[in-house]
Design a binder for this molecule. Structure first.
Ligand SMILES: Nc1ncnc2c1ncn2[C@@H]1O[C@H](COP(=O)(O)OP(=O)(O)O)[C@@H](O)[C@H]1O
Ligand SMILES: [Mg+2]
Length: 292
């Protein structure tokens, strides 16, 4: 099972958009059983597939709706409130993924309050526990036998949630806008990747697929920053040979009633669909990730 995560501790660089594109490519186009995980308390990824609800316990945050399999009359369900987010891993409860409108795609949604609580832990012993929980969940026989790939969207942070994703992942991609602040985020993520690589078991390496330039515009600023990264001896080799341009359709399909809903619903000759396909075609290189 491959576990691919999108990371950058700066917000608004395309982590959620890229997670979505990858998850929809695998499930919708390739028809492979795929699990999407939303590890960001903002729950943007979940919101693409589920009608998230406002949490009365924290009115600024979202929680998942009642699960379609929940049956309050079933004696097995009496100790379950009917909602299930990925954050249950921190509370010793089972995670029950939700089906989505895409046939081969399931979602383990976020839950703002519960994810924020895990992100806020500071005591070393508790932090260490948080770090391990996602790996444990993804190692469970149920998950391993059901899904071929897991796609994880992350919060813009370097805290315990992000570290637990880095510990669980097999592959990571760092999307970034070619501007000063997001590029600083690249350095932070590379540091975490290197730290993790030092302590990983040799038979379970963490592969950095690369840095994916996103929201690229043909401006002097974007072109200059991209060139300087490509020319950087430490980083140049990690810049992916593809990029996603700034295209309004990526923002348009975020809306709840968007039609079409997926970038892969657009005709093959649509420029944004072509770019998304181009990125994923490059990923078929054995160097990267997807098998041909
Ligand atoms: N290539 C792109 N072209 C245009 N808009 C984009 C592109 N990628 C992302 N966006 C938009 O930019 C905003 C931030 O992207 P998002 O994926 O949510 O970033 P993050 O998850 O890193 O915070 C969203 O409104 C999204 O729709
Ligand atoms: Mg996001």
């Amino acid at each position: 099972m491959k576990i691919i995560a999108f990371l950058n501790n700066k917000g608004g660089v395309g982590k959620t958009t890229c997670s979505r594109t990858m998850a929809e490519y695998l499930s919708k186009v390739k028809k492979k059983p795929t699990l999407a995980i939303d590890f960001d308390p903002q729950c943007n990824f979940s919101h693409q597939y589920l009608k998230m609800e406002i949490d009365p316990a924290s009115p600024e945050g979202l929680m998942p709706p009642i699960h379609p399999d929940f049956n309050p009359d079933d004696p097995d369900d009496t100790d379950w409130d009917g909602r299930s987010s990925i954050a249950e891993i921190f509370y010793g409860q089972g995670v029950v993924p939700y089906p989505t409108y895409i046939e081969h795609l399931d979602l383990a949604p976020g839950h703002a309050d519960k994810l924020l609580a895990a992100e806020a832990v500071r005591k070393t012993e508790v932090v260490e526990k948080v770090h391990k929980q996602l790996t444990n969940f993804l190692n469970s026989p149920d998950v391993r036998s059901t899904y071929e790939t897991v796609v994880i969207d992350t919060a813009p942070s370097k805290g315990p949630l992000t570290v637990s994703v880095i510990k669980a992942a097999t592959h990571i991609i760092i999307p970034s806008v070619m501007e000063e602040q997001p590029v600083q985020g690249i350095y932070g993520m590379l540091q975490l990747w290197m730290q993790e690589s030092l302590t990983r078991e040799k038979n379970r390496p963490l592969q950095l697929i690369g840095i994916l330039p996103n929201m690229f515009k043909q401006t002097r600023l974007h072109k200059d920053i991209l060139t300087s990264l490509q020319d950087n001896t430490a980083i140049g080799k990690y810049i992916m040979p593809v990029k996603l341009s700034q295209r309004i359709v990526f923002a348009e399909i975020d809306s709840e009633d968007a039609n079409p809903r997926s970038i892969f619903d657009f005709q093959g000759n649509h420029v944004a669909a072509q770019e998304a396909n181009g990125w994923l075609e490059v990923m078929k290189d054995p160097l990267y990730f997807l098998k041909k």
